[in-house]
Design a binder for this molecule. Structure first.
Ligand SMILES: [Zn+2]
Length: 93
């Protein structure tokens, strides 16, 4: 089981959290100008890297805040935890 450090509450078991998918997916500024394929890409297409991955998590059974986690998908090791709107402390993977 993962130990995730919530920025507001500290280290907690993974069971207190909900996974929210890939982080840093920005909503298009003018969605009405996108083709159906571009809109589908925005909604459904996500990276699936082997290695460092930036993810959104919510402390559902705690403070209920969303935050970002950078995690290695091979070892499951959490590299960093940072607030929504920030970039990971180590920079781009
Ligand atoms: Zn929390």
């Amino acid at each position: 089981m993962l130990q995730i450090t919530c920025p507001g509450c500290g280290p907690r078991d993974e069971t207190e959290f909900s996974y929210g998918g890939e982080a840093h997916i920005a909503r298009p500024e003018h969605p009405e100008q996108l083709s159906d394929d571009e809109w589908a890409d925005y909604l459904f297409m996500r990276t699936n890297p082997r290695g460092r991955h930036r993810e959104r998590w919510c402390h559902s059974f705690g403070c209920r805040r969303w935050f970002n986690v950078e995690r290695d998908t091979v070892s499951y090791r959490i590299v960093s935890v940072y607030k929504v709107g920030e970039q990971p402390p180590g920079g781009q993977p």
